[in-house]
Design a protein around this ligand. Sequence first.
Ligand code: CO
Length: 183
Amino acid sequence: MKLPKITIIEENDKTLRKVSKEVTFPLSKEDQQMINDMLLYLKMSQIEEEREKYDLRAGMGLSAVQLGVLKRIFVIVEELDDGSFKNYVVINPHIKSFSEELIYVGEGEGCLSINRETEGIVPRHARLTVLAYDIEGNPYTIRVREDIAIAFQHEIDHLNGILFIDHIDPKNPYKNINQMREI
Ligand code: CO
């Protein structure tokens, strides 16, 4: 596989703090190419051989803003139990409903734009129903749970200029841990 030429901007770049804009359809060729590049990049980052070859960090999700493009687009790549990969292309997402139950990643969340150790946990809804558009502009409703629900919330935050570290109180990085379920 050939690694797509994308540059992921880092934490200190103020673009990450901007609110991305809704996208209109049809998408430009450039935006379609960007989406395919993001999907391939994430997939390769999850394949050990490619990850080592290109010195990548493993990532599950990526938003257009992380490439410096302020459009409400994100992708998630999920490795399934059979070793295949499931792609999510999420454009102009709106959260329709979410569970009361909160969960968190026990080892802490990660982000391809944050290249340092972080401490603390991020409360996330365990389940989420999202209305969004696919790459062709067709609306769809998706119900996600557990790690995919966390990834959706992490990426939707990116579209609003929010990073996962913003949810962590540095004085109390494990706040309310007993009121949430670890995944
Ligand atoms: Co991120």
